[in-house]
Design a protein around this ligand. Structure first.
Ligand SMILES: C[S@@+](CC[C@H](N)C(=O)[O-])C[C@H]1O[C@@H](n2cnc3c(N)ncnc32)[C@H](O)[C@@H]1O
Length: 219
């Protein structure tokens, strides 16, 4: 485990219950307004992921850095045959299991505690979801190369962009939490996607708050 992985894992284990409130309208109306205004990327990337992945029925997927499991639950609601939910933070995995238990679909879920790529389960998977994770990954090429080895269809992956104001502010906030962040631009995304062995690197820049790229990687 690298130093930056340990920091991200520890931070997200402690932050899991707060993070979970971002979804499902669990926060106060004021906080929801702030989230819609300043964290709109989180909600847009959710919509984009399912519209770009298309029909999931009968397909097997993996959610890497699943957090509290909103994407896992939605993929199962959309009739995915099975989803592997991988995250280093045990509390995130508890919350994922709770979400899926409410849907009575636990038989279609496997949870894996660990960091990708070290804890990569054997594939193949028809689809992958990697949302809000590359922000914390120091070495993206080995990560994406390992993803390429287990995926036969589309991997939907978000990457944070450089933003003249929000990037540095976010970096300071996360440095105070001892959790380093990594940023990308389009040229870098194309280069690392190709280096990792993906034939198609389809990039959408999320408008508005404008922090994220939503990227579909295909063999
Ligand atoms: C910002 S949260 C996003 C959670 C979820 N994907 C979402 O969008 O709601 C980032 C998650 O990535 C996990 N994570 C960080 N580095 C990781 C790695 N190398 N492998 C797998 N998960 C990782 C963290 O523990 C955390 O739960």
């Amino acid at each position: 485990m690298t130093e930056s992985q340990t920091a991200a894992g520890t931070f997200f284990h402690g932050f899991a219950d707060t993070f979970d409130t971002f979804y499902d309208g669990k926060r106060s109306p004021i906080m929801q307004w702030i989230d819609r205004r300043f964290r709109s990327d989180m909600f847009i990337r959710y919509e984009l992921t399912f519209s770009r992945l298309g029909d999931l029925s009968g397909r097997r997927g993996i959610d890497i850095g699943c957090g509290s499991g909103p994407y896992v639950a939605e993929a199962l609601r959309r009739q995915a045959a099975h989803v592997v939910a991988l995250d280093p933070a045990p509390r995130m995995l508890d919350l994922t299991r709770q979400r899926v238990e409410k849907l009575a679909l636990l038989d279609r879920l496997t949870t894996v505690e660990g960091f990708f790529p070290q804890a990569a389960p054997p594939g193949p998977f028809d689809f992958a979801i990697v949302m809000g994770v590359m922000d914390y990954v120091e070495h993206p090429v080995p990560f994406l190369r390992a993803l390429r080895q287990i995926i036969t269809g589309t991997a939907a992956v978000s990457f944070p962009s450089h933003h003249w104001l929000r990037g540095p502010l976010r970096k300071v906030r996360y440095r105070m939490r001892n959790c380093p962040l990594y940023f990308y631009d389009e040229a870098k995304l194309r280069a690392i996607g190709a280096e990792a062995g993906f034939g198609i690197v389809d990039i959408v820049k999320i408008p508005g708050a404008g922090m994220d790229y939503h990227v579909c990687l295909k063999p």
